[in-house]
Structure formats: C-alpha cells, structure tokens
Design a binder for this molecule. Structure first.
Ligand SMILES: *Cc1c(COP(=O)(O)O)cnc(C)c1O
Length: 348
C-alpha cells in the first residue's frame, strides 16, 4: 500500500513527534479560571509577536472570527467582507445568526482584493435607513493569494478614516508573511507583524500550515479581547486543560513558521509539473494552494479525476475546480506521484 498523499487541505497534518512531546509535558491548569500556564503563555506569545495587547485561544478559526465580529459590532451593525471570504461564505452566517450583524459582501478582484471604490461606496451614511457600517473584514492569504501589502495598508487606512474598525482573518497569516518576506528579503516574523498592525484584530489558525492539531487565536486590544471572551463563553468555547493544545500551537510558532517556504516550493513544483498538460488550466500559486481547472468538454471530468486520484492514493478537493494544498506531511515524492497520476488520467 503506497502512502496516501493528502492534498485536500493543510488541516490534515498530524502532530510531529516533537510537537507531541511538547504537548505531553505542557503544564496545565483550568483555563476557564484563567490559570492554565500553557494557554496564558501562548496568548502572551502570539499577542507580542503580532504587536497586540492581548490574545485569546480559541478551538477553531470560525469561533475566533465569530467572536471578533461580535466584539466589533452591535446588533444592527454591518461588516464589509468579501463575497468568497471565509467570514462570510463558510461560517454558516454566524455573525447574522448569533449577533444580528448584517454582512455587506463585495465581489473580489481576481487577486483577492476588494476594490477601494467598492469599499468606499459600501460604507453607508449615518441614516436611519441603513445598517451602521462598522467593520471591514479582510482575509490574507485569500485562496492562497497574498494580498499586496500596499493594498492592505490603503484599504485599512480608508476604513479607519471612515470610522470603521478592521479585522483580519489571518487563518494563513504566516503563509502570507513567509511569501511577503521572500519578496522583500525580510523575515516572516517582521512581515506577520507589519500585516497584523494594519488591523484592530487578527485571527490566526495554528491548525493549518503551522501543523498544530487544534486551535486559533484572536489578537486585539484588552477591551476587544474582553468582549470576545464573553462571546467565546456564550459560544461554548471555554476549554479547561487546554494547555495540551496551546503547547502544540506554541511549538508550531517556534518551529513551523520558516518551513512554510517548503510548502510554497512544493506548490510551485506541482504547478510546474502540471503546466502545459492538455485539459488543464493551472493557476500559478503564490503560497501553498494550487487551483486547477479541468478545461474538458465534459463537466463530470473534474469529479472523475478526483475519484481516479483517490484510487491512486492522492486526495484532493474538487467540486468546481481542483484544489491541492501542500503542508508538512507532503514531500516532493508525494507531489511527483500526484503529477504522474494526473498525467496518467489524461493519457488513459
Ligand atoms: C480554515 C479557515 C478558517 C477557520 O476554520 P476552522 O475550521 O473553523 O478552524 C477561517 N478562515 C479561513 C480563511 C480559513 O481557511
């Protein structure tokens, strides 16, 4: 039996032996009483790394974004967000369901930006007819794309000048930081902080490319985090001896940031291996996600390919277009196996 090459998502990683060891020896307390030393240490670490006063450990990125939206907005407020952003599209409408906060979705530009003019026109005047425009929510990376840093600066400044607060869904902030550091010849730590500092709150996932089994953190001011803490309680996110999980996240911050460059290189390797293959249109990856369109006459061809890949031990997501995500449990041999399998499919 060949090893499974699981390219469905960077959430599928298993904790490494060293990460498991860090979890195993983590000092624990009861975080609902605020005395789990490993949770407290992680919260202090991520807040300091990203330049915020405070942070809150969360079971999931979805809960972290929900707590952020409800900490920024009151009932009857609205948040401006991308039509395909996770905080709008993929979180069950939580802001509206739990907070009576109305989303104002905007169409993305092909590079992931929300056009400045669109943001500008979406901000409503203070008038009884309208929901109160309160928050701009951006996502970086978005679909594996790095938002241009000058855009992030301009869009968040525009929001601030118009009296809105700013939230970043940085589920893959460190992928963005590593890619931006490669462009600028700086460090990922410096770029992560520069990006984060454009926002009033930032949510980061530890369970994606960073390779921890569970967890996200929301960072912000002490006042914002206090409000988010109340929402987390209501959402049932108060965890007890959560230090086991916080220790894994902390280990990931120490050891798994720089290595994201390897995931980005593997995504390049996959894209290059598939480039020019008849029947496929490959989008050049900027970080660890490769989108591939099956430009075949038959629509079913994409799902047939996903099934064929599965049978050959390669897992991918492919509802409309194929998505391959690289991470710390994939290597070059796995990528080459995926390329060869896809070539076979089209030759058969
Ligand atoms: C994965 C992800 C989240 C959070 O997902 P959870 O599964 O709830 O941890 C949020 N935003 C983006 C962009 C993501 O990719």
């Amino acid at each position: 039996m060949t090893k499974i090459v699981d390219l469905r998502s960077d959430t599928v990683t298993q904790p490494t032996p060293a990460m498991r060891e860090a979890m195993f020896v983590a000092p624990l307390g009861d975080d609902v009483y605020g005395d789990d030393p490993s949770v407290n240490a992680l919260q202090e670490k991520i807040a300091a790394l990203l330049g915020f006063e405070a942070a809150l450990f969360m079971p999931t990125g979805t809960q972290s974004n929900l707590c952020a939206i409800l900490a920024h907005c009151q009932r009857g407020d609205e948040y401006i967000v991308g039509q395909m952003a996770h905080t709008y599209r993929w979180e069950g409408g939580g802001g509206a369901v739990f907070g009576s906060v109305q989303p104002q979705p905007l169409t993305h530009q092909s590079d992931g930006r929300l056009a400045l003019e669109d943001i500008e026109t979406a901000i409503k005047p203070d008038d009884a007819h309208f929901a109160r425009s309160r928050l701009l929510a951006l996502e970086n990376t978005w679909g594996g794309k790095l938002l241009p840093f000058d855009y992030v600066q301009t869009a968040t400044k525009l929001a601030h000048d118009r009296g809105l607060t700013r939230h970043l869904d940085g589920a893959r902030l460190y992928n963005a930081a590593v890619a931006q550091a490669a462009q600028n010849g700086t460090t990922a730590a410096a770029e992560a902080k520069s990006i984060a500092q454009c926002f009033d709150s930032v949510s980061v996932c530890f369970s994606k490319g960073l390779g921890a089994p569970v967890g996200s953190a929301l960072c912000g001011s002490k006042a914002l985090i206090a409000r988010a803490h109340r929402v987390r309680k209501m959402a049932g996110g108060g965890m007890r001896q959560a230090g086991f999980l916080a220790a894994a996240a902390s280990y990931a911050l120490d050891h798994h940031v720089e290595r994201l460059a390897q995931d980005h290189a593997l995504a390049q390797r996959l894209a290059q291996g598939l480039a020019g293959m008849p029947g496929l249109a490959v989008e050049a990856p900027q970080t660890n996600i490769v989108f591939v369109d099956v430009v075949d006459q038959a629509k079913e061809r994409a799902s047939e390919l996903v099934e064929y890949l599965n049978a050959q031990g390669v897992r991918a997501n492919g509802l409309y277009r194929l998505r391959f995500v690289t991470h710390l449990d994939v290597d070059a041999a796995g990528i080459d196996h995926a390329i060869a399998t896809i070539r076979h499919f089209f030759q058969a």
